[in-house]
Design a binder for this molecule. Structure first.
Ligand SMILES: [Fe+2]
Ligand SMILES: [Fe+2]
Length: 345
């Protein structure tokens, strides 16, 4: 039985993630424009802090997309809408108040898209929830930004309408609103405050964890359709992870990890690929399917142990933290490229 490994729900979530990245890019360029057009130091200071968060959050979003493992383009309608907003934001027709108002609407759209992805992930599977976990920080910060933007709107609006300053208590009220939210979501924030400078060990470990989750999901399911969906994701994740390791990590560690041990990693991955193809062409409701998955799991977990124990130790002992972070960036870029190729084929 030849099967397709694509799953409509997972692709739909991938499109929403791509929408979110496109929105985030426009949010950043809006803020840059607003800051340079603003002559109020209180407001431009607040926008600058927001911009710093948003640039960091773009990095978190990109990591989550690669970790999710299915790539997509943004939807047509969102792309067209963003073009329109960009045109309004760069033109001279709107007042400053009206521009910030458009920006706040865009933040709202980003908050809702993020929450929707979070809720959808809970329905689709534990592996999806794990992959997009870091987005919780982005969602929370966007909510806090909305409160800040309401304050900016009040300040600008009162000035445009009356020529006078808004009520003195304005920024204190904004701070209260943000603090009230932090009380609820503070734990989320500290958990994943900055994912932008992860080293290669962190990023490989995250992939391994997701693969363990997928094996568990397959084991625990008796529904051939769900099994097929989980295997489809496992196939993509393992193929991309292994290829990215062979392109970026193994050549880099070979000189200090040793010829023999490195070769062993390549050989194990070759075995793994053969089994993946074998499973791909078998029937998910057959007992042979689960038996071969079990065989694959044994090989993969052995391989993972070797990487996490001896290879990680070799990296720790031979690479500076800069080198390891650089490897992480290259590894993520390789995965991103491979996932896009996979989506296109
Ligand atoms: Fe590997
Ligand atoms: Fe690995």
């Amino acid at each position: 039985m030849v099967t397709t490994l694509d799953d409509a729900k997972r692709t739909a979530i991938a499109t929403k993630l791509a929408d979110m990245k496109a929105i985030q890019n426009l949010i950043i360029s809006n803020e840059q424009r607003l800051i340079s057009a603003c002559d109020d130091s209180e407001i431009s200071g607040r926008l600058q802090e927001m911009l710093n968060d948003d640039q960091k959050n773009l990095g978190i979003l990109e990591t989550a997309i690669v970790q999710y493992g299915v790539q997509s383009e943004p939807s047509d309608i969102v792309s067209r809408m963003l073009d329109k907003i960009e045109e309004m934001m760069s033109g001279s027709e709107l007042s400053m108040y009206e521009k910030v108002f458009q920006h706040e609407l865009l933040k709202h759209q980003q908050v809702m898209t993020g929450l929707l992805i979070h809720k959808a992930a809970q329905q689709v599977g534990a592996d999806v929830e794990a992959a997009i976990g870091p987005l919780n920080t982005v969602n929370f910060e966007n909510r806090a930004h909305q409160e800040q933007l309401k304050g900016v709107l009040e300040s600008l609006g009162v000035r445009e309408l009356t020529g006078q300053e808004a009520d003195q208590g304005l920024w204190a009220r904004v701070q209260d609103a943000v603090a009230a939210m932090s009380g609820v979501a503070g734990s989320v924030l500290t958990q994943s405050s900055d994912k932008s400078d992860m080293n290669i060990q962190d990023i490989i470990r995250m992939d391994h964890q997701k693969v363990r989750t997928l094996f568990m999901q397959i084991e625990q399911s008796n529904d051939p359709q769900k099994i097929q969906e989980y295997f489809g994701q496992l196939y993509k994740d393992l193929s991309v992870h292994a290829e990215a390791e062979e392109q970026v990590v193994y050549p880099a560690v070979r000189p200090f990890y040793g010829e023999e041990d490195t070769q062993e990693l390549y050989d194990e991955q070759a075995q793994m690929k053969t089994l993946l193809e074998q499973i791909k062409s078998s029937d998910p409701s057959s007992s042979q399917f689960k038996d071969t998955v079990q065989q694959l799991k044994d090989i993969v977990l052995d391989h993972v142990r070797q990487e996490e124990n001896t290879m990680f130790a070799a990296i720790r002992n031979n690479c500076s933290s800069e080198q390891s972070e650089k490897m992480a960036t290259d590894f993520k870029a390789a995965k991103d490229r491979l996932q896009k190729e996979m989506a296109a084929s």
